[in-house]
Design a protein around this ligand. Structure first.
Ligand code: FAD
Length: 476
């Protein structure tokens, strides 16, 4: 009797544990593991830093599986061809939720059914399907808190064990990782990232274990401190599906069950995972989230376009140490702490009055965790144009935010070493330091470190004036 064969189409689920599609494929018989680099419609959210991550994550997946067939192009044609070559009769995958990916999946399913191939898709990227959580009127949630309550009332799925053995099928004509050319070259700003990150499932599981061991204690209050190690850094691993959100959820539950003093921290951590769910929920129900203001009133805001200021922001040369430290952390590591993301985003949108789309685009290219749902929902949240967003008039003061959340200036000293010798009192306002203090610290303002590119009070007022000019109801 000949063994049944199937194709497992890996997407943003680059893992063997808790992978429903993989389990189904293994139950069906022998498996051809496949990854397809799709065209730009579907991979638009994949920027340079994400491509670096994907390269290493695919290499890790290939090592764990023993083989991975890599292809590039349009999935239906590639899969149909591979099915013919191998005799596979069924195709399994875990779903994605970006609008272009959904459209592509629908087309792919239809095209494969037409040639007689059975397809089955599974849930693997979210705790719950975006269509499954509704408010009392049967509508999607637009506000986070009731969404979070509704999510907690649902049963989170148990974890699928990793298959003990996978019988592999191979096919000719696969590409190598270098053929798909994911690593950035011009410029290659990723040097040294291998020492910071471990893309792949093993790295993800190690990161989770480490966080639960030593980072989660105090998370509820210390997660806002960029100078400390109290966040998980799981975001890129979650984005590429190297660990499932259910695995993270249950691991946090278990940690709190074993050590009840972690109850509050564990619950806060799960509430943050729920922000990820909420962003995907918003994107699923409002697919224009990445391109259009959720609140159309913002279309009338008098945005400024100034390349010099945008470049100063991107390079971390605004003269505001917290903003500059964050932007340099991003460039040097592909990551930025959440509190600092909020401050740099607010600075771009409000102090500089640049449209959030400019920031969203820069983050999309430079974050290793760049994610269409989280990134666009978060930028719109900071702008005030999004669902359940911070009101536009809440303008972060980058100086006091620094003093509050990095009280010893350790974060700034790390990323802006030219300021390292300034006393704490001036670390967040070097332009107010007397000349003798600057001299003693070896800082020449305007030479070693920029003067502020805008005056905080004036910029704040200009942002609020912009709001008034449009004469509508942002502030409600
Ligand atoms: P932890 O605090 O350890 O949180 C655990 C997980 O919960 C994260 O890995 C993430 O998956 C999820 N999470 C936490 N906070 C949020 C949040 N506010 N919104 C959505 N999910 C959250 N996150 C991305 O994953 N990709 C992005 O492209 C992205 N862009 C952002 C842009 C802006 C302007 C802002 C303000 C936030 C953005 N975030 C984004 C959300 C958040 O900053 C990151 O998820 C978080 O900093 C990742 O670090 P961590 O894994 O250590 O987080």
């Amino acid at each position: 009797m000949s063994i049944q064969k199937s194709i497992l189409w890996f997407r943003q689920d680059l893992r063997l544990h808790d992978n429903a599609a993989l389990c189904a494929a293994v139950r069906h018989g022998a498996v051809l593991p496949l990854f397809i680099l799709e065209d730009e419609d579907v991979t638009a959210a994949l920027g340079g830093a994400g491509r670096w991550w994907l390269h290493h994550s695919l290499a890790a997946l290939k090592r764990s599986l023993g083989d991975l067939h890599i292809a590039q192009g349009e999935p239906a044609a590639i899969i149909a061809d591979l099915a013919e070559k191998t005799g596979a009769t069924a195709i399994f995958w875990n779903r994605r939720y970006e609008p272009d990916a959904i459209a592509r999946d629908t087309e792919t399913k239809a095209a494969l059914s037409e040639v007689g191939l059975a397809t089955k898709s599974f849930s693997g990227a979210l705790l719950t399907e975006p269509w499954a959580v509704k408010n009392r009127s049967g509508q999607p949630f637009k506000v986070y808190s009731p969404f979070w309550r509704a999510l907690q009332a649902r049963e989170i799925a148990a974890i699928n064990p990793k298959p003990e053995t996978i019988s592999l099928v191979s096919a000719s004509g696969g590409l190598s990782l270098s053929d798909i050319d994911l690593l950035p070259t011009k410029p290659n700003w990723t040097a040294g990232w291998e020492t910071i990150w471990s893309p792949g499932e093993d790295g993800a599981r190690e990161r989770l274990a480490q966080f639960l061991d030593s980072g989660i204690e105090g998370y509820a209050t210390l997660r806002d401190r960029p100078d400390l190690e109290n966040v998980s850094h799981l975001s890129p691993h979650l984005h590429f599906g190297e660990v499932s959100p259910a695995t993270v959820w249950w691991a946090a539950m278990d940690a709190a069950a074993r050590n009840p003093s972690l109850e509050k921290d564990g619950s806060k951590f799960r509430a943050e995972l729920a922000w990820r769910e909420f962003s995907h929920h918003l994107l699923y129900h409002f697919p224009k989230l990445p391109t259009e203001n959720w609140k159309p009133a913002f279309d009338a805001y008098p945005w400024v376009q100034d390349e010099t200021q945008l470049t100063a922001w991107q390079k971390g040369k605004t003269g505001y140490p917290l903003v500059d430290a964050g932007m340099r952390e991003l460039w040097q590591t592909g990551y930025m702490h959440n509190r600092v993301r909020m401050v740099v985003a607010s600075f771009l949108i409000k102090h500089l009055r640049h449209h959030w789309k400019h920031g969203e685009r820069w983050f999309r290219d430079t974050l290793v965790d760049a994610d269409l749902a989280n990134n666009s929902a978060s930028w719109q949240w900071v702008a005030g144009s999004g669902a359940d967003a911070a009101p536009y008039f809440r303008i972060f003061n980058p100086t006091t935010q620094g003093e509050k959340f990095d009280p010893d200036g350790a974060y700034v000293r790390k990323w802006c070493p030219e300021l390292a010798r300034l006393p704490d009192q001036f670390i967040y306002k070097p332009h107010t330091a007397p000349p003798e203090i600057l001299n003693a610290a070896g800082v020449r303002l305007g030479v070693d470190y920029p003067l502020p590119i805008v005056d905080h009070a004036k910029a704040r007022q200009a942002a609020l004036d912009g709001l008034q000019q449009t004469k509508h109801d942002f502030v409600q």
